[in-house]
Design a protein around this ligand. Sequence first.
Ligand SMILES: C[C@@]1(CC(=O)O)c2cc3[nH]c(cc4nc(cc5[nH]c(cc(n2)[C@H]1CCC(=O)O)[C@@](C)(CC(=O)O)[C@@H]5CCC(=O)O)C(CC(=O)O)=C4CCC(=O)O)c(CCC(=O)O)c3CC(=O)O
Ligand SMILES: NC(=O)C1=CN([C@@H]2O[C@H](COP(=O)(O)OP(=O)(O)OC[C@H]3O[C@@H](n4cnc5c(N)ncnc54)[C@H](O)[C@@H]3O)[C@@H](O)[C@H]2O)C=CC1
Length: 230
Amino acid sequence: MNENMNEYKEISNPYLPLFIDFSEKPVLIFGGGTVGERKALRFMKSAPVTVVSLRFTDLLLKNAQSGQIQILEKDISKMSDADLKTLMKGVFLVVAATPSNALNDRISKIAKSTGILVNHAGGADAVVIPSLIEKNGLSIAISSGGESPAVTKYVRIQIEKTIGSDFEKMILIQNEMREELKKTIPDQKKRQAVLWEIMDSDEIWELLKSDSDADFEKAKKKAYEIVKNV
Ligand SMILES: C[C@@]1(CC(=O)O)c2cc3[nH]c(cc4nc(cc5[nH]c(cc(n2)[C@H]1CCC(=O)O)[C@@](C)(CC(=O)O)[C@@H]5CCC(=O)O)C(CC(=O)O)=C4CCC(=O)O)c(CCC(=O)O)c3CC(=O)O
Ligand SMILES: NC(=O)C1=CN([C@@H]2O[C@H](COP(=O)(O)OP(=O)(O)OC[C@H]3O[C@@H](n4cnc5c(N)ncnc54)[C@H](O)[C@@H]3O)[C@@H](O)[C@H]2O)C=CC1
């Protein structure tokens, strides 16, 4: 291995992913432009979202009209620290997405001083928003620890191509089998081994790749046979 390879290994990433239930966790976004819009669309699927900005994208206005998000028209640079603090009260996550890094830094500092998580559009801060794949029963989050959002997006596109409906069908089968096994096998290690036997079955994966319902039933039958043979 040459010296440059060792340099690549040096890149350290302190960020850890979590899947958090955002329902009833308010998100407050500063800046209603392209970036603020992208973050708002992500969070509004589960969380109550408010966007504070001078102007808003058409899509943000549309979502405000239909009640999906709240908007607040304000010049943030004219707001005092105390006003910003009041606005942040009870908020779970603040997103600083104005075009001014100085303003974003100020928002971030205030959020941190009150113990609120903050995402900063101008670089990696307390929270980094990952690329997200939600396909066929799986959620996959990708991040480069803020080093290259373009690579993150590229990886998302590559992985998305590989997640077929066979994964969703395997999740259904695994879920059914693990419930079945809990009823019949008290030893967790044994249950784990059986689930992996099903997972490692090329025959089952082949059947799951097919579009036909009959093949899905065949795969399930095969899984039940493995369970019964323990
Ligand atoms: C640190 C972070 C903070 C955060 O926002 O959380 C951040 C920061 C910055 N991004 C910038 C630019 C771009 N961002 C994207 C795309 C995404 N950016 C996202 C996240 C993050 N972006 C966090 C780190 C994520 C990680 O760890 O990898 C994604 C994953 C999630 C989302 O935003 O929804 C989403 C992809 C969603 C998808 O899968 O589609 C593209 C790609 C494109 O659009 O082609 C470009 C142009 C190409 C490039 O610059 O790479 C700039 C301006 C740089 C400049 O001024 O030149 C900064 C500021 C800076 O760091 O300087
Ligand atoms: N994190 C990320 O994924 C990315 C971050 N960026 C960075 O994010 C920042 C924002 O980018 P865009 O959304 O593309 O900009 P934009 O120009 O599309 O939107 C900025 C928004 O902020 C509002 N705004 C500006 N000053 C304000 C003030 N004083 N008070 C209230 N609202 C104010 C504007 O009305 C506008 O709605 C830029 O600094 C950019 O470098 C850019 C691309 C990706």
